[in-house]
Design a binder for this molecule. Structure first.
Ligand SMILES: [Zn+2]
Length: 259
């Protein structure tokens, strides 16, 4: 936390200490300490391989079996399966334990907040979850582990078993929001209600450049909440914040919350 000045840290800590209904918005930066690479950072998946971003669009996925075969191999070998919550996730869970958490709104799909201990209803996953698969035809949803077991057993592009039993073809995908795919309206609505009803918006590990999720910050601000941003690099919403702490999330967050 060498780049965090003592004054800024004290001010942020006072704001967190005074808040009673905190909504936390998290992005990929909170999970990098758990070994999950982010997408847009200096070592991000898409920064290093722009073709991967193109291939991840919904349209390409549905149209091209080769894109799906590659996607299933990437899922099978994802570092996320071995990832565990880190000190940043645990610090946010501490807010729930203290009874001061309104909600966690997360752009992450790794379920590390739930693994940290949160009640599932307190975690709003605006971009879905990689731990479930969903059929594009019939919406059948089941644990990703079941579908990955089929890939491991040799199915390169597993299709929906429910649809197959009814003589249909159902393409399976992780239950995440791909590029070109609409957000789930009820989920994004819940995120904005949580922003509207908080007295402090704490944004952690997000560049705040992906919309509409990033609009949680101005929504909270307009509703009268204080805004604290913790990230390794400047964000698109720094001008709206009461305090911006540029530093290592895993160090800054526990110090900020465990007062
Ligand atoms: Zn199906």
């Amino acid at each position: 936390m060498c780049t965090v000045t003592a004054d800024d840290f004290e001010q942020a800590r006072d704001l967190v200490a005074a808040a009673t209904r905190i909504t936390v918005l998290t992005g990929a930066g909170i999970s990098t300490d758990s070994g999950i690479p982010d997408f847009r950072g200096p070592n991000g998946v898409w920064t290093k391989n722009p073709a991967a971003e193109k291939a991840s669009t919904l349209q390409n996925y549905l149209a091209d079996p080769e894109v799906r075969r590659l996607a299933w191999q990437n899922r099978l070998h994802s570092p996320a399966w071995d990832a565990r919550p880190n000190s940043g996730h645990m610090a946010i869970y501490e807010l729930e334990r203290q009874g001061r958490l309104r909600a966690v709104v997360t752009q992450n799909i790794d379920e590390l907040h739930q693994q940290a201990g949160h009640a599932p209803e307190n975690v709003i996953e605006v971009h879905g979850t990689m731990r479930w698969s969903r059929c594009w035809t019939c919406d059948d949803r089941r644990p990703m582990a079941e579908t990955l077991a089929r890939v491991r057993d040799g199915e390169e592009d597993p299709h929906c078993l429910v649809c197959a039993a009814n003589g249909r073809v159902g393409i399976l995908k992780s239950d995440t929001i791909s590029f070109g795919q609409s957000l789930v309206p009820e989920v994004i609505d819940a995120a904005f209600v949580a922003a509207d009803e908080c007295d402090l918006l704490l944004a952690v590990g997000s560049t705040l450049s992906v919309f509409p999720a990033a609009n949680v910050v101005p929504t909270a601000k307009v509703a009268g909440a204080r805004v604290v941003i913790v990230n390794a690099e400047p964000t698109g919403m720094d001008r709206l914040a009461d305090v911006v702490l540029l530093g290592q999330i895993g160090d800054v967050l526990p110090a900020l919350i465990r007062v």
